[in-house]
Design a protein around this ligand. Structure first.
Ligand code: HEC
Length: 556
């Protein structure tokens, strides 16, 4: 699914660069060249990556309309590098080793050739564009991408019967934080939403459909493979820095940057809180004890309170965690026994407004519940907003996001509702998102108490103004963009990332203009984070399936 790596030989040309040190910092070039191919001549929108030998850091730039790429001196310190490209449909031939030294600019042109294995280069989004099927049929595959790529499914040779009797039941048995490198089994059956017969019908239809898009009928696919256009214009004016994490089983889920520029991440499948120093690339892990031994491990939501303490949801360990950054010590609140059923799953912990009333909101995926922790007393209150919903109607309270008064807003991932719980009275109110079946997933509150959220099945950025109780939506350009989370930056640009297309979208909320930045390699984006202390802002995400952390720095 990724760029081919090549090692290149270059000879240094002397740099003819600007003189002022401040300018030199931003414009001096370490490595530049033109990317072309026989088919297209100079190629715009080719991602060129440089990895330094022995370093966990890979830097990527994108070719402009003349096919030119340029790595600034500030991004490539002297040393030996290998290069790779991402340009769907193309590969690059391998060259020999290179050495980058100081004070010189290298010129290196890259000639690409048509790839012999296009299938290995498609994103999930390109597979969804290629496969036949109705929206309803394709939409089922959005349930599969949390744990692995669609390539694994379409390359398989199982027939409908094998999907029905072996594969789908096996997939159901894994918890959501499973990846092929670290599968974990469910301890409890989820709430049985459909009655037995209905479930088998749904499975049978899915199994039959899956056998029409994979290779069960022959070695090749029965449909043409479609690819998306490469980035153009503004989407090429960006630099990516990717930090590889020390183990492939670290699936960074939430990535946030603290006031000191240190990056923190939750590990989706393992009992650690991670810390990355982006200056050195050094990773430190803080082990988290298990509070429910034998149940799946891993954490999801990671958010900071006003004092900079980090709060984490320990999912199936059914525990709320606080990490004091200064003392480097943890404090734990396991759920009380009544709520700590086998299916209990504490994903989100939201302390953003806990300074108002000493309370932290959280949710429980085990039964569509919302909890509120009183930090001083340890008392945990519970709401079940859908307790009186018709029997069998599925609800999934995905995220809980407090406003400035510590009232909480929650997303109902199975439908199209935003809910509100009043901090003082406890009253629950539901608001319907305009787009039906839009599956609001995760979000954040801005300084004006506007809730920004990803509409996973609506392909939209959603905004709910909690003061006027009005919604606004922006449709993303790519079908199956499937945004997970949204955050607003200091310039009123909203940012989101796709679990499907490897794209990060930046929306100017004033003009509606959108830029889709393509990431350097297959990336399963979840939580999104903007660092507003830089100009332009910098955007951070975890590569949930690729064990890395990525910084996206737009150049404008
Ligand atoms: C909760 C995590 C999870 C989800 C969701 C998931 N899978 Fe998987 N899948 C896995 C893991 C782990 C493996 C590798 C281990 C295995 O084969 O059981 C895998 C492997 C596979 C394979 C390869 C099996 C083989 O024998 O080569 C297929 C095919 C597959 N999944 C299909 C699907 C489909 C179709 C969906 C959606 C309906 C899906 N998966 C959803 C976790 C998941």
């Amino acid at each position: 699914m990724c760029c081919r790596t090549l090692v290149i030989a270059v000879s240094w040309a002397f740099a003819s660069l600007v003189s002022g040190p401040a300018l030199a910092q931003t414009t001096a070039t370490a490595l530049t060249g033109i990317v072309s191919s026989t088919e297209e001549k100079a190629m715009e929108g080719v991602l060129v990556s440089a990895s330094k030998t022995g370093s966990p850091v890979t830097v990527t730039v994108v070719t402009d309309k003349d096919g030119r790429f340029s790595f600034p001196v500030s991004k490539l310190t002297p040393g030996q590098y290998s290069l790779g490209v991402r340009a769907v449909g193309y590969d690059v031939d391998a060259h020999k080793a290179i050495e980058i030294t100081e004070q010189k600019t290298t010129t290196l042109d890259l000639q690409l050739r048509k790839t012999e294995d296009l299938a290995a280069q498609l994103s999930n989004g390109e597979w969804l564009a290629s496969i036949p099927g109705t929206d309803q049929q394709k939409g089922q595959l959005l349930n599969c991408v949390g744990c692995h790529t669609l390539e694994r499914i379409v390359r398989s040779k199982y027939d409908a019967n094998a999907f029905l009797t072996q594969i789908l039941p096996r997939m159901q048995g894994y918890v959501n934080q499973s990846i092929p490198a670290h599968p974990q089994l469910r301890r409890a059956e989820r709430l049985m939403e459909e009655r037995g017969d209905q479930r088998v019908q749904v499975y049978r239809a899915a199994a039959e459909y899956l056998s029409t898009i994979n290779r069960s009928a022959g070695p090749q696919w029965s449909y043409a493979l479609k690819t998306f256009a490469r980035p153009t214009g503004r989407a090429t004016r960006v630099i990516y820095t990717e930090y590889a994490l020390p183990r492939e089983t670290i699936s960074p889920h939430d990535v946030i940057v603290d006031a000191d520029g240190i990056v923190w991440y939750s590990s989706f499948g393992e009992q650690n809180l991670g810390r990355l120093d982006p200056k050195s690339g050094k990773v430190t892990e803080y082990p988290i004890p298990e509070h429910k031994p034998g149940f799946p491990t891993g954490g999801l939501g990671l958010r900071a309170d006003k004092d900079g303490n980090l709060w984490l949801g320990n999912m199936y360990q059914a525990t709320i965690i606080k990490f004091d950054r200064k003392a480097e010590s943890f404090k734990f609140w396991p759920l009380p026994p009544e709520q700590n059923i086998d299916a209990a799953q504490v994903n989100m912990v939201s302390p953003q407004s806990s300074h108002i009333d000493g309370k932290v909101w959280t949710q429980n995926n085990g039964f569509a519940g919302v909890h509120r922790l009183d930090i001083a007393t340890g008392k945990i209150e519970t709401w079940e907003p859908f307790k009186n919903a018709p029997k069998g109607e599925p609800h999934n309270i995905y995220d809980v996001i407090p406003d400035s008064k510590n009232n909480v807003y929650f997303t109902d991932f199975r439908h199209q509702h935003i809910g509100r719980i009043d901090a003082e009275t406890g009253a629950v109110k539901l608001f319907e998102v305009p787009t039906a079946r839009s599956s609001p997933r995760r979000g954040s509150m801005d300084a004006q108490d506007r809730l920004w959220f990803g509409e996973y099945r609506g392909d939209r950025i959603g905004m709910f103004d909690t003061r006027t109780e009005q919604f606004k939506e922006w449709k993303l350009t790519t079908r199956w963009a499937s945004p997970y989370d949204v955050t607003l930056d200091k310039n009123e640009n909203a940012w989101t990332g796709s679990m499907i297309t490897d794209q990060v979208t930046r929306l100017d909320t004033k003009t509606g203009e959108m830029v889709d930045y393509l990431l350097p390699r297959s990336t399963n984006i979840r939580r999104v984070f903007v660092d507003n202390t830089t100009t332009p802002v910098s955007f951070w995400i975890g590569n949930n399936h690729g064990a890395s952390i990525i910084k996206v720095q737009p150049l404008d």
